[in-house]
Design a protein around this ligand. Structure first.
Ligand SMILES: *Cc1c(COP(=O)(O)O)cnc(C)c1O
Length: 386
């Protein structure tokens, strides 16, 4: 019998594998031979159109990452020193980075354990005179309580910044994720459902930001207007940076977006299999399976909530011994080193801590084989919570 130390790499069930699309090599070849390798070529435009169609958002600018799209959002909203932005504690650091870089502070709020999403009640309590925006993230593509958050935002005249890294194409009733915030971010990092290595998009749901966003993305120049023939030369007109990806990344992104339905079909099949096959085991071991209240999610991740903090490490170690990579994530931002420097919270965010310390994410990607899936299911089932 093999133990983990001698297990060969091909025998390991990885946590995630980037999707490979049919046409990506053909697309890359056509970009390389065209000589147009910098940004905003035909593939960037085609990808932006597809993202807009999937997310029902007004305007889409493909960017170098979701983090950069979020940076653009806080800059476009004019957030700065002396301002505060409400940010979930249980999220990836990018939303907080985007606040911190402007000199503003984060006010971290706790989560709803049924979803991992920020709790509207906490948001409402956190609003103060310095609050300038509310930042939301749909964990696993499970929609936040949109009606409640929008009511709070409307009451106080606050814009919503939406991190939709997990929810491309997710429809929640009459809404599409990515069209909720006045500005929203999408990620195409290699760990995401649709990926191009590193990439993202800014979704602009209020036309007043389009012109400024185009300038910001193009190093502060009006080059986009120049390319459309709206001005006869371009120059430095405002602050900006380089938020525009290479056409090589866009070529891969566009081909992945062509396969979006297939990617999602395969990821949902894995998700549904876990939900079904682990039901009895979960019940017998006092484990909660990810179960979106309305059944709506993005098939980005599947998690288990263990009954105790010790059981988290024990299950991850048990699976590692079987050559299966499972993980947990999001050390709550309020308790992180940078979170203490750049933010505050009204009270200890105990639900975020508890969620983070009980969470186990299982492998999930579009190309998982039946054999790999079975190994994970039987590996989990062979674990007993003490
Ligand atoms: C992946 C991720 C990001 C960061 O995306 P990049 O494109 O790598 O900047 C931000 N927020 C969430 C919720 C993510 O999962």
């Amino acid at each position: 019998m093999m133990n983990s130390a001698v297990r060969i790499a091909s025998d390991v069930v990885p946590f995630s594998r980037p999707y490979r699309s049919q046409s990506e090599l053909r697309n890359l070849e056509s970009v390389l031979s065209s000589g147009h390798l910098h940004g905003d070529g035909a593939f960037t435009k085609a990808a932006a159109d597809k993202i807009r169609a999937l997310s029902g958002s007004g305007q889409v600018l493909v960017t170098t990452s979701a983090t950069h799209a979020l940076e653009m959002a806080t800059s476009l909203l004019g957030i700065g020193v002396g301002d505060e932005v409400i940010v979930p504690s249980f999220t990836f650091p990018s939303a907080a980075d985007a606040v911190a870089r402007t000199g503003a502070r984060c006010v971290f709020v706790d989560l709803d354990p049924a979803t991992g999403n920020l709790d509207p009640q906490q948001v409402s309590e956190a609003v103060g005179t310095q609050t300038k925006a509310i930042s939301i993230m749909h964990y696993g593509g499970v929609p936040v309580d949109i009606d409640s958050i929008e009511a709070i935002a409307l009451d106080h005249g606050l814009p919503i910044i939406e991190d939709n890294a997990h929810g491309l194409g997710v429809i929640a009733g009459s809404r599409t994720l990515g069209s909720v915030g006045i500005l929203a971010a999408q990620s195409f990092h290699s760990t995401k459902n649709v990926q191009c290595g590193e990439g993202g998009a800014l979704q602009i749901n209020d036309p007043q930001f389009v012109e400024r966003a185009e300038i910001m993305r193009e190093k502060g120049t009006n080059r986009s207007q120049f390319l459309r023939g709206q001005v006869d030369k371009y120059s430095w007109v405002d602050w900006g940076s380089s938020y525009l990806p290479s056409e090589l990344n866009a070529a891969v992104l566009d081909s992945q977006l062509d396969d979006f339905a297939e990617i999602q079909r395969r990821r949902f099949a894995v998700w549904d299999h876990y939900a079904r096959e682990l039901e009895d085991w979960a019940h017998a071991n006092r484990v909660e399976r990810m179960s979106p209240p309305l059944g709506i999610h993005g098939a980005h991740l599947f998690y288990l909530l263990m009954p105790t903090w010790d059981a988290q490490g024990a299950l991850i170690a048990h699976l590692a011994n079987l050559g299966i990579v499972a993980t947990f994530h999001y050390v709550p931002l309020d308790s992180s080193t940078a979170g203490r420097r750049y933010g505050r919270s009204l009270q200890p965010l105990t639900k975020s801590e508890d969620f983070s310390r009980r969470l186990v994410r299982l492998p999930l990607w579009a190309g998982m084989s039946d054999d790999q899936l079975e190994r994970v299911v039987s590996g989990v089932r062979s674990f007993r919570v003490l």
